[in-house]
Design a protein around this ligand. Structure first.
Ligand SMILES: [Mg+2]
Length: 253
């Protein structure tokens, strides 16, 4: 059966990062929390693991809290200060906050890994499309340094992180910032991401064609709500993007 390309006229593709280009599921989250917890424990001595875990779980959902949610991204320094306040009922000194922020960043960079096929796919797509990355993460530098380590940065025309904007997807300003950097319209820009609220609803509300990537289950899970938009396509392997995009200039799909 020949597949009819669903998105033959797009000029740019914007990818989500966690659970789209890299796995960031329970295993990675737990390992991140273990590393950050170890840094805190080695600094302060005692450590209430249950309280730490509860605090970290609340941190992850904070941007989506409220009715209606503000979709504000957390500041990593304030997050760390609040965590220390909760665990030790004291204010962390500036030098302690700086050290823990560095530990937080190092933990993230250590736990993320892109499969070699990702770079190969991005290189192939870059010959035909502008490529952007739009990620929800409080620490923009952690995202950028992890991309540098995996040699992914050079494949992108634009990298936008929620931590740099102070807002998370699905807030429309995040998609607008990414489109502005790419210089393309929503209609000619395909979005690829895993998260039902942040990516599927965010991209559709921004007027973009959207591919839902379902290979990994995101830890921040959102149930579909009445009136939600559906993705234009659903894939479970990134390679499945290629036949949806139509033939390249040489005529091979
Ligand atoms: Mg994601």
């Amino acid at each position: 059966m020949t597949k009819i390309p669903q998105f033959p006229n797009i000029k740019a593709i914007i990818f989500d990062y966690g659970n789209t280009l890299i796995a960031f599921g329970r295993a990675q989250v737990d390992e991140f929390d273990r590393r950050l917890g170890k840094a805190i424990e080695s600094h302060y001595g005692t450590f209430d693991r249950a309280r730490y875990t509860a605090h970290r779980n609340a941190d992850r959902m904070a941007p989506y809290a409220g009715d209606p949610p503000a979709y504000r991204e957390s500041d990593p320094v304030e997050m760390t200060a609040a965590l220390i306040r909760d665990l030790y009922v004291r204010e962390a000194r500036a030098d302690e906050l700086a050290a823990l922020l560095e530990a937080r960043r190092a933990a993230f960079i250590a736990v993320v890994e892109a499969e070699p096929a990702v770079a190969a796919l991005l290189a192939a797509l870059r010959k035909r499309f502008k490529l952007g990355l739009l990620s929800n993460y409080p620490d923009g530098l952690a995202i950028r340094k992890s991309m540098d380590r995996m040699r992914l940065t050079t494949h992108f025309d634009s990298v936008v992180v929620s931590g740099d904007l102070g807002l998370v997807k699905p807030h429309p300003d995040t998609f607008a910032a990414s489109l502005r950097e790419l210089g393309t319209s929503p209609e000619e820009t395909l979005f690829v991401g895993d998260n039902w609220l942040a990516d599927v609803q965010g991209a559709k509300r921004a007027g973009m064609p959207m591919v839902h990537f379902t290979r990994w289950a995101p830890p921040e899970h959102f149930e579909p709500q009445p009136g939600d938009a559906a993705p234009d396509a659903t894939i479970s392997r990134l390679e499945e993007l290629l036949p949806l995009l139509g033939p390249d200039e040489e005529g091979s799909a």
